[in-house]
Design a protein around this ligand. Sequence first.
Ligand SMILES: Cc1cc2nc3c(=O)[nH]c(=O)nc-3n(C[C@H](O)[C@H](O)[C@H](O)COP(=O)(O)OP(=O)(O)OC[C@H]3O[C@@H](n4cnc5c(N)ncnc54)[C@H](O)[C@@H]3O)c2cc1C
Length: 291
Amino acid sequence: MTVGAFGVRDEPMRKHTSLHIGGPADVFVTVASERDLVGAIGVAREHELPVFMLGGGTNLLVSDRGIRGVVLQNNWNETSVEGFVITAASGTPMASVAAVAARNGILGLEWMATVPGTVGGAVHGNAGAFGSETKDVLVDADLMDLNGGRWSRGVAELGYAYRTSSLQGTPAIVVRARFRGTSGDRETAVRRIKEIANERMAKQPLAQPNTGSIFRNPPGDHAGRLIEAAGLKGATVGGAMVSTKHANFIVNVGDASANDVRDLMRRCQRDVKQRFGVELIPEVELVGEWE
Ligand SMILES: Cc1cc2nc3c(=O)[nH]c(=O)nc-3n(C[C@H](O)[C@H](O)[C@H](O)COP(=O)(O)OP(=O)(O)OC[C@H]3O[C@@H](n4cnc5c(N)ncnc54)[C@H](O)[C@@H]3O)c2cc1C
């Protein structure tokens, strides 16, 4: 691996994903400020390289062949508070937004404490947990395109629905976002954060590399219930296994390849479709170069 003037070459993406899976990124650049972010996008544009925006890598299945072009890892972590509104840079961990809210006696953002990943990833995919979603607390987001164009969008203009937004499938980059909570007190927020953290630990296989829910819940049902009812708890392909703790999690129990995970996902989809006639839609995003 050589370090050039611009980023690191052939960086293994498995080092940067919660599943610990993924082939090389051609060029890997870490940004830690708005200036870094804008500058890196400018350099990519000059070299006509495609850009993939990486947050925490917690909702990704990166192919074994890796990602062509530039991967921009967003470590820009910055928050400010005005009244009940928190402005957060897109690389801020969701857990930090929850902590800042709690510290300032702002309620309604506690659920963010246990959603892994960054503000950018959450705004992009409408992350949510424990009955709340990003769209419920987002005020607006500052966005940017690969030509350096900048604009803002209010929450109503971002096409939000369950785990989807109009940003998906577009090159729009989330620069920062504003979230609104309500008046409260620190103790209540901290107590709620502890409760949801305990609930998560009891139900989810957090000790094994995973990427959260593999499939979206179909309307009125749970993907995990369907996968378990299809007899797939503990099923394996290579080093990938349907978690024995929560069937909507696929865990990396050995040296799972991206193909192992994809094949196990296909098996879940096929068996659930055959048994129950339900189409499971991936929540995890498959990225990179696939065969
Ligand atoms: C243990 C575990 C539990 C989880 N629980 C939940 C849960 O309860 N609820 C939930 O919704 N999700 C959950 N997830 C999934 C994941 O945490 C969320 O989807 C999260 O929002 C992904 O954020 P990220 O920063 O890691 O994004 P990444 O995985 O890095 O990227 C996901 C997508 O967002 C895009 N993206 C990232 N940053 C930006 C940006 N600045 N601008 C534009 N696009 C960007 C990427 O390009 C990619 O398309 C869980 C994951 C794990 C590992």
